[in-house]
Design a protein around this ligand. Sequence first.
Ligand SMILES: N[C@@H](CCC(=O)N[C@@H](CS)C(=O)NCC(=O)O)C(=O)O
Length: 219
Amino acid sequence: MKMAPKLVLYEFVASPPVRVVKMLAKSLNLELELKPVNLMNKEQYNPEYLKVNPTHTVPTLIDNGLIVWDSHAIMIYLMDKYAKNDSMYPKDLVKRAMINKLLFYDASIFDKMIGMMRPIFFGDVKELTDWQKASLVDSYESIERILDGNNFVAGNDVTIADISLVVTLTSANCIVPIDFKKFTKIAAWIKIMESFPFYEPNVVGLKLHAEIVKKFLNE
Ligand SMILES: N[C@@H](CCC(=O)N[C@@H](CS)C(=O)NCC(=O)O)C(=O)O
């Protein structure tokens, strides 16, 4: 008899941090029981959901009663609890510090990006300001420098920081297109990331995200 999955993920398919968690779960071969939260219908504000995640965001993971939200915290938890080897998030202090700084950087570009899209998704703003667009390009410049001399963002091995940043970047690309002729290291790295089997959850979600962004920015 098939055992019921014990890992529950509250999700919205287009959400970038949800895709991050799905990619890592796929790479760790973890089965997720997906529970949709329709952000467009403001379901994240349902009182039952607010009990699970008081910050009204997805993703939220529940593992046997333990609630973890924020994709970065979820990735660290899943790696520490379920990874058969630690290559994507090594226990080595120095390697971990290299990854952590990128996860925190991702969280802050993410917040910037989410912050600027919120009034567009949930309010009546139709356009980003020049400053908002420039701040995304500034992030592209930072990532291009981060990739200088490395195959991946934290060195020569793929880690959870690559998962976070590739999802952020490919999502940001729908808002302010990345000039791939200029950002050649980003272009090459995205291609490598796309070649991993665990990249698949980013494909459908990213397409939906692009459609939502287009609809809201062009109305
Ligand atoms: N830093 C968080 C960001 C979570 C987040 O802002 N998620 C968005 C969707 S991409 C959300 O749920 N927004 C709904 C809201 O803010 O009400 C993470 O990495 O999980």
